[in-house]
Design a protein around this ligand. Sequence first.
Ligand code: ATP
Ligand code: MG
Length: 290
Amino acid sequence: MLTRLEVRGFKNLLDTRAEFGPFTCIAGANGIGKSNVFDAIEFLSYLASDPLVEASQRVRGSAGMRGGGVRDLFWDGYRDHERRIDLAVEMLVPAEVEDDLGAAGRLSDLAGVRVEDLTVELNQVREVFTLVLRERGGPRLPARALSVGTLRFLALCVLLEDPGLTGLLCMEEPENGIHPANLPSVMQLVRDLAVDPSDAPDETNPFRQVIVNTHAPGVVQLCDPSDLPLAELAPHRTAEGNSVRARTLLPFRDSWRTQSASRSFSEADVLSYLTAPIGAQLQLPMVLAG
Ligand SMILES: Nc1ncnc2c1ncn2[C@@H]1O[C@H](COP(=O)(O)OP(=O)(O)OP(=O)(O)O)[C@@H](O)[C@H]1O
Ligand SMILES: [Mg+2]
């Protein structure tokens, strides 16, 4: 489990530090650097097995580009600055590691999806496995006929039932493809994927950590504020003495994540996630005629 991450000079993460627990949801505006945090974590994981050049080419934004690679990963905010990336992590690792594969799938009650059962069938001729869902009182549907939201939910259910799947899961925008009424179920499922730190990790409590990112008010409202670092801009002085605005991950004030961070955020900083936008029509007309 990744408990602390420090990134300096990677993409737009000039000086970013954050504490992580079993579950974290990074909230923030478009382009602020939420996905770049995932890229930095992914880069580190590639570096564990690949040489620097190969590892950097696998990271989003540099892969597949001629001449792309490490150079594209350096912070490119202003001219004549030091090109240097510092990455530091603190981790908790289990004393023993098991690698069993779980089999069962959890079916849950997504509003609008009436699941009778779920099977995996082998097509002998084409030699492919197909996931087949039978709807209550309805047809048997292969995965390709299922809705995007159903498939996303099912993918999370499968992850949940696999005790062999441990380690860190980074997930972009869990709200995508999900109807607002089903957001609480999805967020519960995402949280359930993370290890329960009050119990020892085992088959029923796999040592799994989850970090998601979002800019959806619905997701922010469903998260415990202490699970919610806010991606923001903050004043920063570079090694060359320049004053710039650097991306930072602010913890919620007085939460356990504030211990090693100097700044934090409060409700006032996330008002746009908690209130309706100007001009929003919250009520349908009560009187339609007469
Ligand atoms: N090498 C670099 N140097 C400086 N900034 C960079 C570099 N590479 C990418 N960026 C910045 O990172 C931004 C993209 O950040 P990222 O993809 O993390 O955004 P995000 O917070 O995930 O946004 P969204 O919510 O829209 O997905 C780019 O718009 C660019 O400004
Ligand atoms: Mg993103």
